[in-house]
Design a binder for this molecule. Sequence first.
Ligand SMILES: [Zn+2]
Length: 318
Amino acid sequence: MKIIPLSIPTPFYVGDVNVYLIKEDPLTLIDVGPKTPEASEALYRKLGEHGVQVSDIRRIVLTHAHEDHCGLARAVRDEAKDAEILVHPWETGHLFGRLAREEHRKLLLRSGVPETVLDEMRALYRNISLLTDSLEDGDFKTLSDDTELEFENGSLRVVHTPGHTPGSCSFIREANRTLICGDCVLKRITPNPILSPDPIDPEKRFRSLAEYLVSLAKLREFRPTLAYGGHGEPVEDFEEIFNRYVRAIDERQRRVVSAVSTSGVTAFDVAQNLFPDSFDHDVHRFLAISEAVAHLDYAESEHKIAVEFREGVEFYRR
Ligand SMILES: [Zn+2]
């Protein structure tokens, strides 16, 4: 099976996103890049270099619905006429302007984010949402865990790997243990467990870090020899990166727990304390808050700290 990585520019700090062309029948793209003129131009040009036109694409598979990965899905689908789009059902909420949604606002308020900061963040999310076309219910088919994406010469198994987002999926070619894993495993950065509503009960918060650790262990079971991530070069030594991630998460757990006082702090306080440099940049601020919430949730589930509600805001204490 021919897996061809195409590096596509994004306006985000993370840099280019990797789109994967599976040059087999049905001609498939895994992720497509953000909806910007630069990304669109690069996608058309790079496909052309491999003798493929966008109109030839038959299937668009999304690892997750962040704008840098899914933005051009509808445009490519429209150009390719009857191409199908596949995404995990837990991901679809993101496709409708994710942080504009009331559930997200509630989660941020509960985490102690002040209204003034929320107002600033709203503008950011409006801008980010311009980098994708939203998809309506009938626009996509659903990816299910442990099913196969069939190609003329073999298949890719869908592995639901929640964590970075609730509906993140990875794809494994078992014949040679090659993995395409979106932002679940990245060579140079530890993926951020993004603050999200629970897909089953949106009033609750998705336990992103606990889920992520389970997903990481699940991928490790396949003993991947090559893991193609959503950004940067592929990972050749999965075991090394697995150990590095576990150490980094452990270390951050320790720092988060030690930032919790006996009188009580909010996730917003912890984020400011641990990542002071992130607070002059909107995206980084949101990532810092997500990281703090994910670690506090995890520490609480491990009984390292306790949580209590005061006037609708969660306070963590030792
Ligand atoms: Zn990404």
